[in-house]
Ligand binder design. Structure first.
Ligand SMILES: Cc1cc2nc3c(=O)[nH]c(=O)nc-3n(C[C@H](O)[C@H](O)[C@H](O)COP(=O)(O)OP(=O)(O)OC[C@H]3O[C@@H](n4cnc5c(N)ncnc54)[C@H](O)[C@@H]3O)c2cc1C
Length: 584
């Protein structure tokens, strides 16, 4: 075991973690610990864009952006945070350009912009071109650019170190316990500050656009330290995953003019969202696809998918603006999108909920927003909350760079005024070591794969686009059973080097923890809002439910839920932001 000491330890090398690291580099001693090589972080899979009201292609304003984000969130997003993000977005994009991001260009050489779901001009009048992009590889280029900037600034990277636990002394967070994947050694990082930027957690569902690593480890660790998670019931399904596989086809395909069709060849979104049609937000379109399928207008032998039609776009447009998704469709489904429509179905995509933070990335631990000393979080693992009940496309990459940077600035202040590093307790590694030992010692039991598959199928069947009391109570029972089975898992590999069997088992334990909070919060919220659609409570109920859920998990596996008010700053200043029915 080694003891590494740094001022700041950032867990996660996606865009949120790297943006914070770039802010801190050169000002204090910062380390980034990541279970993956940084360039394998899920940010690299982001396709469609990153938005800002630059107004390069047509008139736009940060106020319209804020309006769309508040409305898109189904009024659950915190309006102080949304205002900060939308106002700061144009500056942040230019900064990314200066760091070296190779954005696609307009003929005059400005950053090109395309329309995306839910982004509109003049308070909902018509779609607006707000998403900046680099073909359909936007996340890839942003991640590479910030990794280069981090390396250039001598940020210390610990690649393939999997964090298993937090160190806490006298209520102060002062480090992490990490497993070195190459050697099987357990190490301690002791620091003034820990920041979690551990990304999304779509892997608890069977059909998902998320990478294999998106297993919510950060959330599981937070729950195990008796800290709450926020708004866990809000999980976004993206309307266009490749049929059966869930691999994403970016909304940028519809931004470029693609349209969704049912078995009758109808452009069905015209009926549901007459103004913005195929560019309605994701929660709305995913529900419409399910309704088309339920009413018998699905396509294929099982009538269980719809089609995304790009055949009317020019070959040049597909080749220059959508090269990656075009290749995916050809490789995985054998479909050439310039000749035939692509079979698609909704896929689990993005988690609006996560570790609660304030607008400076400080983790908060109760309904009064009390900060946890020494602990910050940003990115998809965190909940600021700018996305509320439903995230608009391209607002996540933006969230990462805005709040990653703000967390970096706030952390720097804290590091400067904090003398000395709180030592970790002698028993800091006991918990992690006991978990590993239990898994290595057990000689019989079920495989990780079997239990994980049952969890994923159960979440897909009971806790996806449409929910109801019956399915959610079935999920409550099922998850208790899965928790018990997880305690008895047997792994085959008992070695020390690259033991992925062991790490899969540990990830599954975290998945069960956060999946249970999703189930319980979804059961508890008796209304429909954003991505949380209850068949038995089909309307939004602002009188009773315009509030965030906060949930805690105890050692026995029981979830406690409390509530926190939504920040309504903009609605208090401007009547256009007052909650009303969401129409598109
Ligand atoms: C296919 C796809 C396409 C998308 N397209 C877009 C888009 O076009 N526009 C947009 O705005 N958003 C998009 N999103 C959403 C967006 O990409 C993600 O929300 C965002 O990239 C998450 O970034 P992050 O920095 O929070 O985490 P990630 O990029 O997921 O990185 C997480 C990091 O945490 C590390 N980590 C996790 N657990 C541990 C652990 N236990 N120990 C050590 N390290 C750990 C990982 O190694 C990794 O480095 C897309 C998402 C997907 C899945």
């Amino acid at each position: 075991m080694a003891l590494f000491t740094h001022d700041v330890v950032i867990v996660g090398a996606g865009l949120a973690g790297l943006r914070a690291a770039v802010e801190l580099a050169g000002q204090c001693d910062v380390a980034v610990v990541s279970k993956l090589h940084p360039l394998r972080s899920h940010t690299g899979a982001a396709q469609g864009g990153i938005c800002a009201a630059l107004g390069n292609e047509e008139e736009d304003s940060p106020l319209w952006h804020a309006y769309d984000t508040v409305k898109g969130s189904d009024y659950l997003g915190d309006q102080d945070a949304i205002e900060i993000m939308c106002n700061d977005a144009p500056r942040a994009i230019i900064e990314m350009e200066h760091y070296g991001v190779p954005f696609s260009r307009t003929p005059e050489g400005k950053i090109a912009q395309r329309p995306f779901g839910g982004h509109t001009r003049n308070f909902g009048e018509a779609p607006v071109r707000r998403a900046c992009y680099a073909a359909d590889r936007t996340g890839h280029v942003c991640l590479h650019t910030l990794y280069e900037q981090s390396v250039r600034r001598n940020v210390r990277f610990y690649d393939e170190f999997q964090v298993l636990d937090l160190c806490e002394t006298d209520g102060v967070i002062c480090g992490v316990v990490a497993y070195e994947i190459r050697t099987g050694e357990v190490h301690v990082f002791n620091s003034k500050v820990v920041m979690f930027a551990t990304g999304g957690y779509g892997r608890a569902w069977k059909t998902t656009s998320n990478a294999h690593a998106n297993t919510g480890d950060g959330l599981g660790i937070v729950l195990r330290h008796n800290m709450p998670l926020e708004d866990m019931e809000f999980v976004q399904f993206h309307p266009t995953g490749l049929y059966r596989l869930g691999i994403l086809v970016t909304e940028g395909a519809r931004g470029e003019g693609g349209i969704l069709k049912n078995s009758k060849g109808e452009r069905f979104m015209e009926r549901y969202a007459p103004t913005v049609k195929d560019l309605a937000p994701r929660d709305v379109i995913s529900r419409c696809i399910y309704m088309e399928i339920a009413e018998g207008r699905g396509i294929g032998p099982n009538k269980d998918y719809v089609e995304l039609d790009l055949t009317h776009l020019s070959l040049k447009q597909i080749e220059t603006k959508l090269p990656e998704i075009s290749t995916f469709a050809k490789i995985y489904l054998g479909v050439d999108p310039s000749k035939n429509p692509i079979p698609v179905q909704p896929t689990c995509h993005y988690a609006m909920g996560g570790i609660p933070t304030d607008v400076n990335g400080r983790v908060v631990i109760d309904e009064k927003n009390t900060p946890k000393i020494g602990f910050w979080a940003a990115g998809e693992a965190a909940c600021v909350s700018v996305h509320g009940g439903n995230r608009l496309g391209t607002n996540s990459l933006l969230d990462l760079i805005i709040f990653g940077r703000r967390a970096g600035k706030d952390i720097l202040e804290f590091v400067k005024k904090t003398k000395g590093i709180m030592p970790v307790q002698e028993n800091a590694t006991d918990n992690a070591k006991a978990r590993i030992k239990a898994l290595l010692d057990r000689t019989s039991g079920e495989s990780v794969g079997k239990v994980r598959e049952d969890l994923q199928r159960m979440m897909m069947d009971n806790v996806s686009v449409f929910r109801n009391e019956e399915r959610l109570s079935a999920a409550q029972n099922a998850i208790k059973d899965i928790r018990e089975r997880t305690k008895k898992i047997c792994i085959q590999d008992k070695g020390k080097e690259f033991n992925s069997d062991l790490l899969d088992a540990i990830e599954l334990e975290f998945m069960v923890d956060y999946a249970q909070t999703v189930v319980e919060c979804a059961y508890n919220r008796k209304e429909s809002r954003g991505a949380h659609a209850r068949e038995d409570y089909p309307t939004r109920d602002d009188a009773n439910w315009l509030k965030h859920s906060l949930c805690w998990l105890d050692e026995a596996g029981n979830v406690e839920i409390k509530f926190k008010p939504v920040n309504m700053k903009l609605a208090n200043e401007d009547p256009r932001f007052i909650p009303k029915e969401r129409k598109y």
